[in-house]
Design a protein around this ligand. Structure first.
Ligand SMILES: [Zn+2]
Length: 305
């Protein structure tokens, strides 16, 4: 497979096993929306009426005061590192220099664990976004380079590492088949601008995708909620769905202003005034991939078991 030529037509699907999990999640998402307590719905509507205030697109949010806890594991550490809410290498080249690249305090083990996971997800997602999109400028080029293609000046060790990564990614790649269509992550294929038979589907490890999504939400919540760390029993749940299938959800989110991090990322957070522990999120990456998240206090959580 020649990855150097015309990669605009790549599309990606999850493997069958992972897909079952994904379908389950989508069903649970509908369940969540359906069973969202009516009082909560009423409050969201109320808030819509008063025009969300503090999340206007250009507003800069003040950096929360950092304690000694890691945002991801919640443990107290003497020494904390900075972890990018949106992985630094995920920002497109079209990101203006004025964009705040949010970071959160994270312990060394968490930061060390997340790095490779982010990369694993990045190379796969990055291959499937349309490289002509302004919101994804340079992403696919960065991925291609990380696979060692067009990077001849590297030393031998680095070449070997990248070749191994390329081989690993291509192991999960096969020509697009129509049957895979319902399982493709919303927003990243199949691409209408390229013939279907030229498109390639690639497996994306779902557990890692969810891990990165949850990490992004944890980081956003830290900033939006003034240093909040999402502690149990509150939980973060992630959902992927086609917007056409969830008009209810899209309507709820339209009430909340979007917060932009350059063209690459857009976040909407929905919350209610007298329930500070619950929140809903919509996160759009590269103007392509959208995911939704809930942070729910236990009495509001949908029984998903
Ligand atoms: Zn940690």
């Amino acid at each position: 497979m020649d990855l150097t030529a015309g990669h605009t037509g790549l599309s990606f699907a999850l493997s069958d096993i992972i897909l079952q999990g994904m379908v389950k999640w989508i069903i649970q998402f509908f369940k969540f929306i359906r069973e969202l307590p009516s009082r909560l719905r009423a409050k969201w509507r109320l808030r819509r009426a008063r025009k969300a205030e503090r999340m206007a697109s250009n507003t800069k949010i003040k950096r929360p005061k950092s304690g000694h806890r890691c945002v991801h594991c919640g443990k107290t550490h003497e020494k904390l590192t900075k972890d990018h809410v949106f992985p630094d290498s995920w920002y497109p080249e079209s990101t203006p220099g004025t964009v705040q690249r949010w970071t959160v305090p994270a312990c060394l083990p968490c930061n060390g664990e997340l790095g490779p996971v982010e990369k694993e997800v990045f190379v796969r997602l990055g291959l499937c976004v349309n490289p002509r999109k302004v919101a994804a400028t340079g992403i696919s080029r960065r991925v291609i380079r990380s696979l060692g293609i067009g990077a001849e000046t590297l030393d031998e060790d680095e070449k070997r590492i990248r070749a191994a990564l390329k081989e690993e990614v291509l192991r999960g790649a096969k020509p697009f088949v129509e049957e895979a269509r319902p399982h493709i992550l919303p927003g990243i294929g199949p691409h209408p601008e390229a013939p279907a038979e030229r498109q390639i589907q690639i497996d994306i490890p779902a557990d890692k995708l969810y891990q990165v999504a949850r990490k992004i939400v944890r980081g956003c919540e830290y900033w939006f909620s003034n240093g909040r760390i999402v502690d149990p029993p509150c939980e973060i749940d992630i959902y992927f769905a086609h917007q056409a299938d969830i008009p209810d959800v899209v309507r709820i989110f339209s009430a909340f202003d979007a917060f932009h991090f350059g063209p690459g990322f857009r976040v909407r957070r929905g919350a209610v005034h007298d329930d500070p522990l619950s929140a809903i999120y919509e996160v759009v990456i590269w103007d392509s991939l959208t995911f939704y998240a809930t942070i729910l206090a236990p009495d509001l959580a949908v029984n998903q078991k």
